[in-house]
Design a protein around this ligand. Structure first.
Ligand code: NDP
Ligand code: MG
Length: 402
């Protein structure tokens, strides 16, 4: 029987790659539900091609959806669900087997949590949800039996390099298990790897969104340029592999051929390699423990020839240490980091702050707002809202006059 898939964030970069794989494996999977936010034309096109039963949109987009669906002769209309509640309904729908969590930012938290609580196979792309509520998501997964599989290429690579039994040994003391000594988290270094401080001051959103190796949504592209993406991924790795942050080393590897590595106490280093294309980790998480084909070209090492590795420059890119510090503090500190970063990235994309002010704002919020114990989801969401308000006020005081 075909497995039924819900794609939260189907109109985005990860959503599109997921649809591509599902098309290539339509004998095994069917698209049950899709969601979108602003790109309604693209969402209607997805409906025309995949005929999902359920579609999630913001309620303010209803008229637009109906208008475009009518123009494009979408028949029959799918069942429509609205706003965050609608996304939560999709992720907990009993007809859904697999949820691709590919909404960007904190907006993906409640739908992802709902998929985890409902015991689904959850393909986790939305790293912000894990950063904000890692302990909660993992403990809910343990209760419900949900399978939380990492789609982020680095975490998927680490997952592939660890023994399967690693995950039945989840430890509370955050020490590496089963002979693991450390995780080497690779980073491309982003488009500004070789820029100096004065060049960084003046980079534009268009430059920041042009990643050298990966084609991604705007927010994660800017995060890659500041290296905050690697900071978020460091926190993500600590949660997924129950390990404390000092066992995770970041390695700049500009070619993005090695997607991450693990080292063992016997001197072995295991790496997962491949051409940089998100279809590989998506297909891996979708079918695990089976392997399914993708259209990604096999790696040709004679073409690659050379792999480079550097330590990160913390002076130029302070984001990584901010994230490390937030993870060390724990509780709601990663939520503070994430909320300030989301507001800062949006303001940078809108031309309201400079590139270098993104990490200034995050550092300021981590200083100003005291972290609390992240006791429950309400508490996490309340801190998220509070930091967003303060970040907006900071931008009004310190941002570039329009
Ligand atoms: P995109 O910006 O391309 O897509 C984001 C998706 O989320 C879109 O479908 C968008 O809808 C939807 N969305 C945006 N805001 C909201 C909201 N407030 N409520 C509901 N839906 C919303 O991002 P990516 O696909 O690049 O990234 C998605 C997630 O995956 C991120 O967390 C990112 O960090 C992670 N990731 C991405 C990778 C990549 O290669 N792209 C690699 C590893 C992780 P619409 O477009 O219709 O507005
Ligand atoms: Mg990644």
């Amino acid at each position: 029987m075909k497995q039924s898939v819900a794609i939260l964030g189907a109109t985005g970069s990860i959503g599109q790659s997921t649809l591509k794989i599902l098309t290539e494996h339509s004998d095994d999977y069917q698209v049950y539900a899709v969601t979108g936010q602003h790109r309604i034309t693209e969402l209607v096109d997805i409906c025309l091609q995949y005929q999902p039963k359920v579609v999630g949109i913001p309620s303010v987009q209803l008229d637009q959806f109906k208008k475009i669906a009518h123009e494009k002769k979408l028949q029959p209309l799918p069942e429509l669900v609205f706003d965050e509640q609608g996304l939560v309904e999709i992720s907990s729908n009993s007809e859904v087997d697999i949820v691709m969590a590919a909404i960007v930012g904190a907006a993906g938290l409640l739908p992802t949590l709902s998929a985890v609580k409902s015991g689904k196979r959850v393909l986790l792309a939305n790293k912000e949800a894990l950063v904000m509520s890692g302990d909660l998501l993992l403990s809910e997964a343990k209760k419900s039996g949900a399978l939380l599989l990492p789609v982020d290429s680095e975490h998927n690579a680490i997952f592939q390099c660890l023994p399967e039994s690693y995950f039945s040994h989840r430890n509370e003391n955050k020490q590496p298990q089963l002979g693991l000594s450390q995780i080497l988290l690779t980073a491309s270094g982003g488009p500004f790897l070789h820029f100096d401080q004065s060049q960084l001051e003046n980079v534009t959103p268009a430059q920041a969104c042009k990643h050298p190796n990966w084609s991604m949504g705007q927010k994660i592209s800017v995060d890659s340029a500041t290296l905050m993406n690697k900071g978020l991924e460091l926190i993500e790795a600590c949660h997924l592999f129950s390990i404390s942050e000092h066992f995770v080393t970041v390695v700049i590897h500009p070619q993005s051929i090695i997607h991450s590595m693990v080292q063992y106490i016997d001197g072995s280093t295991l790496a997962q390699m491949g051409n940089p294309d998100m279809c590989t980790p998506i297909a891996h998480a979708l079918a695990w423990p089976k392997r399914i084909s993708t259209s990604v070209q096999a790696l040709n090492l004679f073409d690659v020839q050379k792999l480079d590795f550097y330590p990160p420059d913390h002076q130029k890119f302070p984001a990584l240490n901010l994230a490390r510090e937030a993870m060390r503090v724990g509780g709601t500190a990663p939520t503070i980091l994430n909320a300030a970063n989301e507001i800062a990235v949006q303001a940078f994309l809108e031309g309201r702050i400079k590139f270098t002010q993104i990490t200034n704002l995050v550092a300021e919020m981590l200083n100003q707002v005291s972290a609390q114990v992240a006791s429950n989801i309400e508490n996490i969401l309340q801190v998220d809202r509070h930091v967003r308000e303060r970040s907006i006020a900071w931008i009004e005081d310190h941002g570039v006059p329009l």
